[in-house]
Design a binder for this molecule. Structure first.
Ligand code: GDP
Ligand code: FE
Ligand code: FE
Length: 202
């Protein structure tokens, strides 16, 4: 039987909050539209976690917090990238890629999440990385295929995720890059590293 997010009960392994308390804290950080996206990512992530044998609780927590920093002001994010010793190259590729690394720092500080796998899943959810744990892959993919996403190739991405998580990561990486190139946007070099590992043929 498939477990839905509402059926989940958090122990104290990953966070000292109930799911309801976490939902309330996340909701204060963002618009109702983005909160709806976050709930969609949770639904997709909890489903993928069951399919690929990952903790549903960890998937739920990582999904609910993945965009925690998305609406923080740019000055705060900029300063945190410097003070927390994050990759300074982030600063040259536009603020859209800052909220993952910054979010990982903030949820540790503000929500007390310590689990390295959850923090990495938040950190790398936008650009991925060559070595991604199953949880990291799940959050990366769930963010792309959640029920609220509407774009031409989303059904193909959902289909890939049903049979192979790695294929879904590859599909998303290829199409994100194509999309960015189509708009002549700057490509963060670590996005290329993800492409070279997950998409490019040897
Ligand atoms: P969201 O936070 O739910 O909107 O989704 P993401 O965190 O996955 O993505 C945020 C934005 O970052 C998207 O618009 C991506 O296209 C963009 N993005 C991903 N990789 C790169 C990159 O290498 N360079 C730039 N400039 N943007 C990127
Ligand atoms: Fe994001
Ligand atoms: Fe997201």
């Amino acid at each position: 039987m498939l477990i839905k997010p509402n059926d989940l009960f958090y122990g104290e392994k990953y966070i000292n909050l109930s799911r309801k308390e976490l939902l309330e804290k996340v909701q204060t950080q963002m618009s109702s539209q983005r909160f709806k996206h976050v709930l969609g990512v949770e639904t997709a992530a909890v489903e993928l976690a069951q399919r690929y044998g990952v903790s549903t609780e960890a998937a739920s927590i990582a999904a609910l917090t993945h965009d925690y920093a998305k609406e923080r002001n740019h000055g705060e994010m900029h300063d945190l990238i410097i003070s927390a010793n994050l990759d300074l190259e982030l600063l040259q590729y536009g603020s859209e890629i800052w909220h993952g690394p910054v979010g990982a720092i903030l949820v540790k500080k503000e929500l007390g999440i310590q689990d390295a796998d959850i923090l990495n899943a938040i950190h790398y959810h936008t650009v991925g990385r060559p070595e991604m744990s199953l949880l990291e892959q799940i959050i990366y993919v769930a963010d792309y295929i959640e029920p609220g996403r509407v774009f031409p190739v989303v059904s193909e991405a959902r289909k890939a995720a049903e049979t192979s998580l790695a294929e879904a990561v590859a599909f998303e990486t290829e199409h994100t890059l194509l999309h960015l190139i189509g708009q002549k946007r700057k490509i963060y070099p670590k996005t290329i590293d993800t492409y070279n590992t997950w998409v490019a043929k040897p």
